[in-house]
Design a protein around this ligand. Structure first.
Ligand code: FPP
Length: 273
């Protein structure tokens, strides 16, 4: 019942439809759609080899699927979508695969820039820029500048990103400020530390999805994932479709996030309220 209602609701997320549907309005108030969804786009290589194709064909199919996912998330009212597109560890892959991923990145924006604009998607990046080829850096600068102020959703691409590296960089920033006398070390707390990360204004991810059967974070958003809900699936990323996204959302909606506290349905003695 819950699943059916929520699917119906998702299909009705168009604001005009909502005016006509008291059911949808009431349900929407109760349902907590994740504000920030993060996805580890894993399984492209296996998807390609299952079809006798080169790994790069899998990445290409994965990039197409990212475009689709972005639209689906926008329709569902998700405000931030962060995807893991290239990790600091991915440099260890064969040179041809690394080059193909760089090309695909450039191609993605050349191809979909207009559509992203139409859908009001602001594009941002997280990761180290040093070491990236100029053609990638130019695209990043253009995509960021052109999309500032787009209102509907933020697409955040983690590119040349590593969670540990991000944390170490934040430590360095704060340590340098302390060494210069601009920062009192005793005043460094979690909020201040977060402000030294790549995108301090972006809220922590509510839900992290990893397809392809692997169940680990692989250095993705290590600080930000402290209280994220995790959802895994055996489906390979290029095959991850609307029905899988909705299954993850329905599961997320049914969970109670306690952030280390007690269930709101439990009394102090542990009995159900
Ligand atoms: C992991 O799958 C995926 C990657 C390392 C790259 C992900 C990149 C894309 C989906 C496309 C590029 C993105 C943009 C922004 C255009 P894997 O290759 O490790 O798969 P496997 O585990 O099956 O080998």
């Amino acid at each position: 019942m819950l699943r059916k209602s929520i699917f119906k609701l998702f299909q009705n997320r168009n604001k005009d439809d909502l005016h006509d549907s008291q059911f949808a309005k009431d349900s929407l108030e109760q349902i907590q759609i994740p504000r920030h969804l993060a996805v580890i786009m894993d399984g492209n290589g296996r998807w390609a080899s299952q079809r006798g194709l080169p790994r790069t064909a899998g990445h290409r199919a994965g990039a197409e699927n990212l475009r689709t996912l972005c639209s689906l998330c926008g329709k569902r009212g998700i405000q931030y979508l962060t995807v893991y597109a290239f990790s600091t560890e991915n440099w260890s892959r064969p040179k041809t695969e690394v080059q193909a991923l760089m090309e695909l990145f450039v191609e993605f924006f050349n191809r979909y820039e207009r559509e992203l604009e139409k859908e009001g998607v602001r594009v941002r990046f997280m990761g180290e820029r040093t070491g990236l080829p100029d053609r990638v850096l130019n695209i990043m600068n253009r995509a960021e500048t052109d999309s500032i102020g787009r209102p509907n959703m933020q697409l955040i691409i983690a590119f040349n990103y590593g969670g540990r590296h991000e944390i170490v960089s934040a430590c360095q920033k704060l340590a340098k400020a302390a060494a210069k006398g601009d920062q009192n070390p005793d005043q460094i707390d979690e909020v201040l530390f977060s402000s030294a990360l790549y995108l301090p204004d972006v809220p922590d991810p509510d839900l992290i999805i990893r397809p392809s059967g692997e169940q680990r974070l692989s250095n993705f958003l290590l600080w930000q994932a402290a209280y994220s809900e995790l959802w895994f699936s055996d489906v390979l990323w290029p095959d991850f479709k609307e029905e899988h996204l909705d299954a993850a959302l329905v599961d997320y909606i049914s969970r109670e996030r306690r952030y280390g506290g007690l269930s709101k349905h439990k009394t102090e003695s542990g009995a159900e309220k």
